[in-house]
Design a protein. Structure first.
Length: 254
């Protein structure tokens, strides 16, 4: 069995993706910049599944990280690439640091694009491969306090759509997953808000999201937005005019 490469795999959604691929019998290459958590999750994966697990501690927020990771993976045949690593801040663009804004642009735009370039080239030559890029429902609209987040997720959505068309005839399938809120620590949600969100269906667990994303990827779908509530919210928010967004901000509703 060939390998599935999962970035941001030491926790949350990335770890759920790693487990979803492990259940399908894929050997794993898991990547994170948190060495202790990565080693801990690798040990659990080896215990739970009869597969090989390779771990690479790489900071994917650096400009040269995609090439570095690709070079590390040369001994392995990567059949599946899951671009999941990401960061999130609920903060005005100018209130964030130069370092964070550079990080999110590298992590959400440059690194995943170049990973698709390097590994996608190999997949194209083999005539088979699967690529999953993690976007967001915010990719359809510029959300205040999420300027770089929603914009970079919008890039991933459009990039995935284009490469899906370009590569499908070569036997390589590119899928974009666009969730709403997910029950992880990334969004700093209160436990009560998470519980309520799970009940009404707006918030999804990492495990459900990963399963739906992987199924969509193997079916060759170009895009998936998990959950009816998320689809409805996405539709309604996209209809809000800019002037109303300014009013909402002034009243501190959001």
């Amino acid at each position: 069995m060939n390998y599935a490469l999962v970035t941001g795999a030491s926790s949350g959604i990335g770890y759920a993706y790693a487990r979803a691929m492990g259940r399908r019998g894929y050997n794993l290459i898991i990547v994170s910049n948190v060495a202790d958590e990565l080693s801990e999750k690798a040990a659990i994966l080896r215990q739970d599944f009869p597969i090989e697990v390779v771990e690479f501690c790489v900071d994917l927020g650096q400009q040269d990280s995609a090439k570095k990771l690709y070079e590390l993976c040369k001994p392995y045949v990567v059949e599946v690439l899951i671009n999941n690593a990401g960061v999130y801040h609920d903060r005005d663009f100018l209130d964030d640091s130069e370092g964070f804004n550079s990080l999110i642009l590298n992590l959400h735009v440059y690194t995943p694009s170049m990973l698709v370039y390097y590994f996608g080239t190999d997949m194209k030559e083999c005539g088979k491969g699967y690529i999953l890029n993690m976007s967001s429902v915010t990719s359809d609209f510029g959300a205040q306090r999420l300027a770089t987040y929603s914009a970079t997720k919008g890039y991933l959505r459009l990039f995935s759509r284009a490469t899906h068309v370009e590569l499908k005839e070569k036997g390589v399938y590119v899928t974009c997953v666009r969730p709403g809120a997910v029950a992880t620590t990334l969004y700093n949600l209160k436990p009560s808000a998470v519980k309520a969100g799970l009940i009404i269906g707006y918030i999804i667990t990492p495990e459900k999201l990963a399963e739906r994303g992987v199924k969509a990827m193997f079916r060759g779908r170009s895009q998936i937005t998990p959950g009816f509530s998320t689809k409805l919210l996405q539709f309604l928010v996209a209809l809000i005019p800019t002037w109303l967004l300014r009013v909402i901000r002034k009243l501190r509703i959001f």
